[in-house]
Design a protein around this ligand. Sequence first.
Ligand code: C2E
Ligand code: MG
Ligand code: MG
Ligand code: MG
Length: 279
Amino acid sequence: RAKDAGGNRYELADPDSEARAIDRHSLTNRLPAALERDEFFLEYQPLIRMSDGQVDGAEALVRWRHPVHGRLGPDRFIPLAEHTGLIVPLGRWVLEQAVAQTCTWAGGQPLRVNVNLSPRQLHHPDLVPDTIAVLEAAGVAPSSLCLEVTESALIGADEDELKPLWQLAEIGVDIALDDFGTGYSNLANLRKLPATTLKLDRSFTQGLQRHPADPVDLTFVEGIVSLAHALGLAVTVEGVETESQADQLRDLGCDTAQGWYYARPSSPGEFARDWATAG
Ligand code: C2E
Ligand code: MG
Ligand code: MG
Ligand code: MG
């Protein structure tokens, strides 16, 4: 707002960035009530096994049905929740919902569910007991859960900070490194992480869309896949939008794929109808 105070002139703030700041502020303030009033909901996107095209699991993705702004994607509010700490109860809600909703679905065998963890959850002392409690309450095997952690959240983490992830890995929970390839991490560090899966960032998939595909992207994907396999990790690719990308990524040895080519994220009811058989 431009103000005139005692003859002093103030610069007009950029109206766009001001609007965005107000928006962030009001969204942030609304977060606790939103959790209380059940305004968050989950959608699911299938993970497809590249060898046979069968569904191998589902990633749970949170959305917010805001009373004024309508449906908001996680990029609009997860960073705010992370900042205030509300991500801890919100993340626990996501985990509970995701495990409870998916445990009745089956693809040929019981479907695995992938849940995103933010850095703040990772460093919260309740992560391990909460996760175990959620699995036990639903009667779900730890191996049916995969926690996705971004590569960048783990950069610089010391042994103590990685302990909870190791504990979860030891009881059989899968750990995936999300958005892999964007975090400038030291590849040698991969050996020190309890990860079972690398999720190759969408930017690599996009590089394969050009004709001919960017040779540097091809080389990167090939290298990462062979390194991951040598370390005993599976490779999932994000953001597969076309048949040609799917074909190339399968030929490059990727194990699992996710993207609009197979399916957009959908409601639990739609997912169960399209991708699961009663199990
Ligand atoms: P992510 O974990 O990397 O999830 C993949 C994102 O890519 C999702 O966006 C998904 O809808 C989108 N996507 C899937 N296939 C395609 C495709 O073929 N093309 C394109 N262009 N996009 C595709 P979404 O749902 O907007 O989520 C964005 C990010 O928000 C997620 O990235 C994740 O980091 C975060 N997020 C979502 N749900 C949660 C949650 O419950 N907790 C936490 N901490 N973070 C979450
Ligand atoms: Mg993810
Ligand atoms: Mg990802
Ligand atoms: Mg991503």
